[in-house]
Write a protein that binds this ligand. Structure first.
Ligand code: 2P0
Length: 335
């Protein structure tokens, strides 16, 4: 484990990631095991900074999120995660967690990915669990699936692991792609910063249980992953972008076919998508991806980022943020 910093606090920083081949649907809810492998890019914007310190005299955990006490489902998820860490570490002390996001929580900009990656690292360090990246990725996965990927920087693949694995928990982890030869940017088009109506957890559950399009989504996703890995190796941004855009549309089609339907995309999202298509018609390499919210992220070459951002800023109500390849989760040494 790492040395605690400051007043017995350990501080970790992690960044969000955006999937180019999406994770949508769990085959095991308790262990957070997905149906499919997914592939993402960790960003250099919107970090989450989380400090954890032990509170041996306390009877319960204290969780502060962006300066206010966490409650309800958020508090329950953090406490459940800390219970798992304590169980593995054979420890009983409660903790004080203070977490600060720089992105609106619950708005489809992956705050749970950066959040649980940072919490996993800080908590593992404080309670004396291994902080080696693969173990950390597996641990972060239990907090939130996409957090398994934010442990690493750059392009990352999260393995679902074989369905018949003897130890499925050990077989599902993320790792960085050492052979992705693309200098990409992601232009985040923030259309709405409010919390979402349906959590991605619930939306996934509903899609798996009721969408007749879920099986075709799983099959398409497998093919997308194989082809995308080859395109990343070949440095072929056009193929990467085309796969990413179709993969995202396929995920949204699967959830819109659920009952009741899950619809995250709005008229503003459609307008932003139209602008991306316009850019392509003009010969600019730009491809859209959308997650569990109305915001649109535009993949392009790093060299085109400012041009793409300027055009996306013409979408009414849009706030645009340019992101590039970001780092994995790190412990911050203070002072
Ligand atoms: C992804 N998303 O691959 C997909 C695409 C949103 C759309 O992972 O239930 O917060 O905590 O495992 O990771 C968002 O869901 O879900 C997500 P849980 P998570 O990025």
């Amino acid at each position: 484990g790492a040395e605690p910093t400051g007043e017995g606090r350990t501080v970790a920083v992690a960044h969000p990631n955006i999937a180019l081949v999406k994770y949508w649907g769990k085959r095991d809810e308790r262990l957070v095991l997905p149906f499919t492998d997914s592939l993402s890019l960790t960003l250099d914007v919107f970090p989450t900074t989380t400090s954890v310190r032990l509170a041996p005299a306390a009877g319960s955990d204290t969780v502060v999120m962006d300066g206010a006490p966490a409650r309800g489902e958020q508090l329950r998820r953090v406490t459940a995660f800390l219970d798992l860490v304590r169980e593995r570490a054979g420890r009983r002390e409660r903790a004080v967690v203070d977490t600060r996001n720089t992105v609106p929580v619950g708005a489809g900009l992956a705050s749970s990915a950066s959040g649980f990656a940072a919490l996993a690292l800080a908590a593992a360090a404080v309670y004396g669990l291994p902080t080696e990246p693969r173990a950390l990725s597996r641990l972060a996965r239990r907090g939130s699936g996409s957090a398994a990927r934010s442990v690493f920087g750059g392009f990352v693949v999260w393995h679902a692991g074989p369905v018949d694995a003897l130890d499925p928990d050990a077989a599902s982890y993320a790792e960085p792609l050492g052979d992705a030869y693309i200098d990409a940017a992601l232009v985040a088009v923030v259309l709405e910063a409010g919390p979402k109506a349906v959590s991605s957890r619930e939306a996934m559950r509903r899609t798996v249980a009721t969408s007749p399009r879920f099986p075709e989504w799983v099959a398409a996703s497998r093919a997308d992953l194989t082809r995308m890995r080859a395109a990343l190796r070949a440095g072929d941004l056009e193929t990467v972008g085309g796969i990413a855009e179709r993969n995202a549309i396929g995920m949204h089609a699967a959830m819109e076919a659920a009952s009741p339907p899950v619809r995250y995309l709005t008229d503003a999202s459609a307008t932003a998508l139209g602008t991306v298509h316009e850019l392509r018609r003009e010969g600019v390499g730009a491809w859209a991806t959308m997650d569990a919210g109305p915001n649109v992220k535009v993949l392009c070459a790093a060299a085109d980022a400012e041009r793409v951002a300027a055009r996306m800023a013409t979408v009414p109500g849009a706030r645009v943020v340019v992101a590039r390849r970001g780092p994995g989760a790190t412990l911050r040494t203070e002072g």
